[in-house]
Design a protein around this ligand. Sequence first.
Ligand code: ATR
Length: 280
Amino acid sequence: MFAPMDKYCVLGNPVEHSRSPWIHARFAELTGEDIAYERRLIPLDGFAEAVRAFRAEGGKGCNITVPFKFQAARIATGFAGRAALAQAANVLVFEGERILADNTDGVGLVKDIEDNARVPLAGREVLLAGAGGAVSGVLGPLIAAKPARIVVCNRTPDKAQALVDRHRDLARAQGVEVTACGLDEVRGAYDVVVNGTAASMAGAGVPVPPSVLKPGTLAVDMMYGEAARGFMQWASSHGAQPRDGLGMLVEQAAEAFLVWRGVRPPTARVLDELRATLAR
Ligand code: ATR
């Protein structure tokens, strides 16, 4: 008798375009891990029920995407440190009665910037636009990479301020200056600009002025495909180095795979393959 495969899934709304099932299937092939991974479209008011149902089916863990990352943290019974500060989770691990919340978005972003784009963050100036479920998970790991300064700007400045306030002790311990402001209060130019807003989805274009860019600034959109196109074109037309969110997507997935399976899959090859698949 074969044991049934361990089951994982991504829960979101919308979720139909999620590349996570493809990425985790490739990771499983490359590491020899035997897992099943599916996507599930969850009604906006049905998140807790969807998690309960998946656990009842024997699910071992799941990825969480928009708009459920804050809710995922709220239903957890325990936190990995990086999810506690974020108050948002993109990974849940089911262990008996326990639901552990983790957040691998930030590690994914930092790995993509430092390892894939080869831009060391130490001593740099970073602008982070947004303060939602995606950005909440990345501030802690960005601070841990010890840039000189991080400015978090958001359409609703109070949300950026609350996020910064939660990270104040970490920032002090790491010697990083972290401040918050509104989108129209952003001043100065940065080495790295990260767009974690949903502005492009709302048809509102790029949320920060071109004055934030200098020649060679790494300008990363956490989105990819059509949703990132406007930001990437804007960045290149102002002399910056554009980067979409595919690298972060693959890196955060690898970290989730490591949390679930105890094995770190290779990412560079999977990222190349994913780019080739999407370019077809
Ligand atoms: P996600 O989980 O993808 O981060 P979210 O939690 O809904 O989604 O957060 C969306 C982010 O995009 C927020 O920072 C939001 O700003 P507010 O906090 O002011 O809502 C930002 N955003 C959405 N539409 C925007 C727009 N048209 N212009 C600028 N920022 C926008």
